[in-house]
Design a protein around this ligand. Structure first.
Ligand code: FES
Length: 168
């Protein structure tokens, strides 16, 4: 017999009446499809290393998204990073939600901070227990001016980008 404990953690908070920019990088793209289905006319920016790794473009279109594709090597879509597109289009949206590798999330958080736009990020960490017991997924966050450790599995995976203390 197989046992599954799910769902664990939180998700993106989507408010009616706001236009969202949803950004996915690599394996961070699939979670944004579910989020896109909850939004009205979202701007979706997906980024992949190259054209062979592209997924879900038709599904995002079916979900009613304005879709922008980027690849690191320029083999499809725009040659560049998701943040290049975000910088150009951030004035068109009210809030940003993103999932993908940590350097990408940090770069997105910086763009949003500069533009004064709220940003939610879904952190990727290795996980073991999934319930806040093993401490494998600890992340540093700043709350009320104090730096504290939280668990990506239990307190996240989605955090307010302004609260996350990125290393380096
Ligand atoms: S995975 Fe064990 S505390 Fe998060």
């Amino acid at each position: 017999m197989t046992y599954i404990l799910a769902p664990l953690g939180n998700g993106f908070m989507i408010e009616k009446g706001k236009r969202y920019c949803l950004i996915g990088g690599g394996i961070g793209v699939p979670p944004m499809l579910y989020t896109a289905k909850q939004c009205e006319n979202p701007l979706v920016i997906t980024g992949f290393r190259n054209k062979d790794l592209i997924i879900l473009q038709d599904d995002f279109k079916k979900a009613g998204a304005e879709l922008v594709l980027t690849t690191d090597d320029g083999s499809a879509g725009i040659h560049g990073f998701v943040t290049d597109v975000l910088k150009e289009k951030i004035a068109e949206v009210d809030e940003v939600c993103a999932c993908g590798p940590t350097p990408m999330l940090k770069a997105i958080a910086d763009v949003c901070k500069e533009a004064g736009k709220p940003c939610q990020i879904s952190l990727e960490e290795r996980m073991a227990c999934g319930m806040g017991a093993c401490l494998v997924c600890a992340v540093k966050v700043r709350k009320n001016g104090e730096e504290i450790m939280q668990h990506v599995c239990k307190n996240g995976p989605v955090f307010n980008a302004e609260e996350v203390v990125f290393n380096g």
